[in-house]
Design a protein. Structure first.
Length: 107
């Protein structure tokens, strides 16, 4: 399943369910089929993502706690960490806060 994130302040983007659920959990939202992060909730969501990125940044395994040691196979060498997955949402949240627009998602 795919999650589509939308805001009137930023282009839409689509994310796989497993990654969207992880980010929604980080910002304290239920991974329901649709939802909203209101303008009032955006500063806390930004802070939560930035804190998660800081925690991941201290990990030597591609900045991801779930990465496999050794990086022997090609898929692991090209591993996409939390930082790369979180950046589209983080940018959307910052743009939405600046323009005072809510962020929504739907499946």
């Amino acid at each position: 399943m795919l999650y589509r994130f939308q805001s009137r302040a930023s282009p839409d983007f689509v994310m796989l369910e497993v990654h969207a659920r992880q980010l929604l959990d980080i910002v304290g939202k239920s991974a329901a089929p649709q939802g909203i992060i209101t303008v009032e909730q955006i500063p806390d969501a930004i802070a939560a993502i930035e804190a998660a990125l800081a925690r991941e940044g201290s990990n030597a395994h591609n900045n991801d706690d779930y990465a496999v040691e050794g990086h022997a196979n090609e898929a692991e060498k090209q591993h996409v960490g939390l930082h790369q997955r979180a950046i589209p949402l983080l940018h959307m949240l910052k743009d939405s806060l600046a323009e005072k627009k809510d962020v929504t998602w739907k499946t």
